[in-house]
Design a protein around this ligand. Sequence first.
Ligand code: GDP
Length: 419
Amino acid sequence: MGRADVVVGAQWGDEGKGKWVHRMARDYKLVVRFQGGNNAGHTVYHHGQKFVLHHLPSAVLYPQVACALTAGMVINPVVLKQECHALEKQVQLSAVRLWISAAAHVITPWHIRLDRGREQEQAKPIGTTRRGIGPAYSTRALRCGLRMADYIDAKRCAGWITQMQGEPHFAVSQREDRQLWEDFARAADFLRPYVCAAETRVRQKIRAGDAVLCEGAQGTLLDINCGTYPYVTSSSTLAAAALCGVGFAPRACGKVYGIAKAYLTRVGNGPFPSELHGDTAAQLRQRGAEFGATTQRARRIGWLDCVALRYAQELNGFDGLVLNKLDILAGLPAVKLCVAYQHPEQGRLLEFPCDYRILEECQPVWEEYEGWTAAIPTQGRIAALPPAALAFVHRIENLAECTVIGVGTGIAAEDFLVR
Ligand code: GDP
């Protein structure tokens, strides 16, 4: 029996998962997405060219690797079609290597309208990407969603549209989003050849002993169950979600890799104890190009939160952690780590509080380290880091109780130091 390895974000997303998956994917026969939709925005550089991918795993850039979008996902057909078109010059897509689950739920123009409406009406919006992701998962939970298999069957899709007429804002969407609905209908013809029982094929690959990699989107702290609810995404983002999103047994799970940044960012609202304001935040945002790949929103910036990282380690059990963007910290006179929280009533906390209100009241407890002025080497071994940078990495391993197996040192695909 084969195994499926899993890669997930260890923070609030945007950790650079795409780049590590792109690096690893060469060694796999199949790369699988298992949750989320086009709220993901992976930026990867392939042969020096920049690609931003939303549904497709970055492995799609390797012609020898198959890609599966499985049942745990929600898919915007129009965006997926555009994504495929944008890749046309670079890669040959065929039904042999792109599998879209018949069971994945479909994001319609109505779901997008609902998402926008809700975010605008809320006094304290979640800060979603407004791509209709949450509403699509909601109709899935209500058992009235549209699945890919129904979407690509014109008769069944029309039946679903008729059935939904009485739903809030549905008729308005059909009237006012006419162009979007036309594009939506048209994308079905393009996607139809790729729609299949993707999960069965994934399991067959696992059974056959082929190397399979499951690629998470967003990050652990945005998990709907264990994240900072309600400021979370609408799916489960943990490594365990791969098992449910695809459908394979726990014993078929191989290695689990976590991706983090050497500092922390968050898009959208919600508590962020180690958040920074002022010059250092602006400097890191600029140097790290911390603007959303999907929404262009400026990301909130903070020092690395090791309480949250240890929580991510506990939830996912990382066999290895990749620490990206260490290069962005080079040249700072000092760097900090959040090592505990101080709560006004509960005192010093070493465990990540699940109640976002408690987390909001927490103050960070810092450890400060001298910075490293020398630029860090971009390739080679982690041990070749300047002593101050190496000490920083070791302290993170120690606090988060995980092993750093890779350090990201630049935007190029090969810019990694390894253990
Ligand atoms: P993802 O959604 O987790 O894949 O992350 P994003 O695509 O939002 O963010 C990753 C961005 O950071 C991309 O532009 C990467 O090229 C860049 N990046 C990733 N790792 C590193 C690194 O180690 N150093 C630098 N400077 N940039 C990096």
